[in-house]
Design a protein around this ligand. Structure first.
Ligand SMILES: [Zn+2]
Ligand SMILES: [Zn+2]
Length: 217
């Protein structure tokens, strides 16, 4: 007999909870950290186990392979034969089109991007959910110790979640507004004649543009 659905959901919740907690201990956007780990694992598993999976091969063919970002994972992939088999198919399509001097239009979306979208949506909903009291207060406590979501992920949340919980909105908006202030200050003090004030900035504030660049990724 298969276990009741509720158990699976509870189990998944716990998996999400611990994964999020671990990601919050690392620098940067916790969701970016999670995505990187999970997508590398996804590509690893999909290539290792499903290279012969017709559905995956069809999806892969429809999108003309992985996108540029996800193709990079192939370079360090442990199974060279799987990469060769997949890559040869794409290469032969390109050669065919080059000969015809007419490039085909790939209508599918990169399978790793599809997977990424569904992981992102899952975690953003999970984060915005109201959990039981203990779990909720712990989640808020570890999440607010992290650097918070990046611009892209918070934008995705705004689009996806109708009512973002107050604690999360306050935390994220404070982070973005503080960064805005520090960047404005950096720009102002970079003006000619402000060298002395600029020198008084903290080490972090002197390179705040780097923090901004990371948030913009
Ligand atoms: Zn992010
Ligand atoms: Zn992709």
């Amino acid at each position: 007999m298969s276990p009741p659905v509720i158990n699976n959901m509870a189990e998944e919740k716990h998996v999400n909870y611990f994964a999020l907690q671990k990601a919050c201990e690392k620098p940067g956007c916790p969701l970016c950290t999670l995505i990187e780990e999970r997508i590398t694992r996804y590509i690893d598993i999909i290539l290792f186990e499903h290279i012969s999976d017709r559905r995956f091969r069809a999806d892969y063919k429809k999108s003309g392979g992985f996108c540029k970002e996800h193709s990079k994972v192939l370079l360090n992939f442990r199974d060279g034969l799987a990469v060769a088999i997949l890559g040869r198919g794409t290469l032969s399509e390109y050669i065919e089109d080059f000969k015809k001097k007419k490039m085909r239009l790939y209508k599918g979306i990169c399978p790793a991007c599809l997977k990424k979208n569904s992981i992102e949506e899952g975690f953003l909903s999970f984060l915005a959910e109201k959990h039981n009291e203990n779990m909720q207060s712990e989640l808020e406590s570890f999440f607010t110790k992290s650097e918070g979501l990046c611009l892209r992920h918070y934008a995705q949340m705004v689009k996806l979640i109708r009512r973002i919980p107050k604690w999360l909105e306050t935390f994220q908006m404070e982070k973005f507004e503080q960064l805005y202030e520090r960047v404005s200050n950096f720009i102002e003090l970079s003006a000619w004649g402000r060298q002395e004030d600029f020198a008084k900035l903290s080490d972090e504030d002197k390179i705040v543009w780097k923090e901004l660049a990371i948030k913009l990724q």
